[in-house]
Each structure stands twice: as structure tokens, then as C-alpha cells.
Design a protein around this ligand. Structure first.
Ligand code: HEC
Length: 193
């Protein structure tokens, strides 16, 4: 009897240990995905803003808007392919209808807005979409450069430039932002092989 008890105790302990270990592994894995997500978002941001700055310097908003509409997506896709992920930027107030948030993204964006209301800064985070897919999200904040095209019409964006933006994006909802406001978020989906 005592022996049986011992054995069942050992089995229970082993079970607990295995469980503890897999939790630890899960945490390590999540940490690795977050680090990777942040690095990919940073790489994409750098590539996009390098091109954006060059176009703005060359011909102002009039040059940069058409440039962005044509090149932003292919540039993002090249980086996505390299890392075997999908990369999107989305927002609750979108300019490009292609960036419309899906249900899971909308939930995270709403959580981010909620955090801000309670004085907290939204943070990078993961959502398990399925056994094979994990979504990484990180907030995108407005910087001075962004106000050229996402600020107030008639102030930071001239009426003439806004007409140009509107002609490409008639349903634009992405203006009136102020410095450091939440503009949207990165949405990167990792696929397990
Ligand atoms: C030259 C004008 C211009 C500037 C400057 C600019 N944007 Fe945009 N932004 C656009 C256009 C045009 C789109 C829609 C095309 C696309 O999907 O990239 C867009 C789309 C976005 C989106 C995707 C969601 C949506 O509304 O469709 C995010 C997020 C975004 N911009 C953030 C920023 C941030 C952050 C900055 C500053 C670092 C910035 N933008 C600077 C013109 C600009």
C-alpha cells in the first residue's frame, strides 16, 4: 500500500514537473516571438520611413502620397516573405480600406484605447489565433513627421495636399491626430511549421 502510494506520488510529481516545464517553455517561446515581432516591426518601420523621408524631401506630400500608395505594400511584403510571416498595419481610423482591422485586430485595438483611457501605455502583445498561428501586435504612435499627412487639415496638412490624399482615399478617417497619439498598430502573424 505504502509502495503504491509512493508510486502515485512520484507520478503526480512528475506530472507537475512536466507541466511546470512546458509552462516555462511556453513563456520562453512567447518571449522569443515578442522579440522577433518587435524586430520585424522595427525593420519594416525603418524601411518605410526611409523611403517616406526621401520622397518628402524630393517633392513634399504631393510626391510622398503617390509614392506610398504604390510602394508601401510591396516593400512590406518583401520583408514579410523574408521572415515567413504576414505583416500589416491597421487602425480604428483608417485611410486605406485594405488596412481595415479584422475581428481579432479590432479587439486588440479596442483594448489599447481602453488602456490609454486608464492612463496605461499600450504594450506589444500576442494572441493565439490557432494551433499554428500567433498574432503579434504593437502600438504605433504619432511622431512629428506623421503630422504632415495625419495631422489637422488646414493646419499641418494644407488643403491642397489633403485634396490630393482624398482623391486616392475618398473614405479617409486618418487625420486630426496629435503628437504621440495612438495611430494604430502592427499586426504580424507567425506560422508554425
Ligand atoms: C506623405 C504622407 C504620409 C506620411 C508623412 C505618413 N503617412 Fe501614414 N499613411 C499615408 C497613406 C497614403 C496611407 C495609406 C496607404 C498605406 O496603406 O500605406 C497611410 C497609412 C498609414 C497606416 C495604416 C492604417 C491606415 O490608416 O490605412 C498607419 C498605421 C500609418 N499610416 C501611420 C503613420 C505614421 C506612424 C507616420 C509617421 C511615422 C505616418 N503614417 C506618416 C500617408 C502618410
Amino acid at each position: 500500500m505504502a509502495k503504491l502510494l509512493n508510486i502515485s506520488l512520484i507520478i503526480t510529481l512528475l506530472g507537475l514537473m512536466a507541466c511546470g516545464q512546458s509552462n516555462q517553455q511556453k513563456q520562453d517561446n512567447d518571449q522569443a516571438l515578442k522579440t522577433k515581432g518587435k524586430a520585424i516591426a522595427q525593420e519594416t518601420f525603418k524601411a518605410l520611413s526611409k523611403e517616406l523621408k526621401a520622397a518628402l524631401q524630393k517633392g513634399g506630400v504631393a510626391e510622398a502620397v503617390p509614392y506610398c500608395s504604390i510602394n508601401a505594400l510591396p516593400l512590406t511584403q518583401t520583408i514579410a516573405k523574408k521572415h515567413n510571416v504576414s505583416i500589416r498595419r491597421t487602425s480604428l481610423h483608417i485611410r486605406n480600406p485594405k488596412n481595415f482591422p479584422n475581428t481579432q485586430e479590432r479587439k486588440v485595438l479596442e483594448d489599447y484605447e481602453q488602456s490609454l483611457k486608464t492612463g496605461k501605455t499600450p504594450k506589444p502583445q500576442l494572441t493565439r489565433l490557432s494551433d499554428k498561428q500567433t498574432m503579434f501586435n504593437a502600438p504605433i504612435f504619432i511622431k512629428p513627421l506623421c503630422l504632415n499627412c495625419h495631422g489637422k487639415v488646414g493646419e499641418q496638412i494644407s488643403k491642397k495636399n489633403y485634396a490630393l490624399i482624398k482623391s486616392s482615399y475618398p473614405n479617409d478617417k486618418a487625420t486630426n491626430y496629435k503628437m504621440a497619439e495612438l495611430r494604430g498598430m502592427w499586426s504580424i502573424v507567425f506560422q508554425k511549421k
